[in-house]
Design a protein. Structure first.
Length: 117
């Protein structure tokens, strides 16, 4: 199983950015997928997740209303659309995959998002 995140970059506060996570070896439609982030000097935190069966979505309170997680089953890819970005959204964003029950057991290499104030 491999997860490849891409799309990070530098953006001004208030701007938008879209991240992609291409998955191979595991179907995004049958597994839980999520985005996490880790800011400098801070612990990794959950950002958004989408369940395989039913596609239930949940967000961290800090990004609710600004970020949107989605998936394209045909491309086996998960996306994170980020808007109204804030300086505090600056972090390395990683995608992860988990079975229906259990911990996230596959992680992709992160992509850096830098929001300038």
């Amino acid at each position: 199983v491999q997860l490849q995140a891409s799309g990070g970059g530098l953006v001004q506060a208030g701007g938008s950015l879209s991240l992609s996570c291409a998955v191979s070896g595991r179907s995004v439609s049958r597994h839980r997928m999520a985005w996490f982030r880790q800011a400098p000097g801070k612990e990794r935190e959950f950002v958004a997740g989408i369940r395989g069966s039913g596609g239930t979505i949940n967000y961290a309170n800090s990004v609710k209303g600004r970020f949107t997680i989605s998936r394209d089953n045909a491309k086996n890819t998960v996306y994170l659309q980020m808007s109204s970005l804030k300086f505090e959204d600056t972090a390395v964003y990683s995608c992860a995959s988990a079975p229906s029950i259990g911990s996230y057991n596959y992680w992709g290499r992160g992509t850096l998002v830098t929001v300038s104030s």
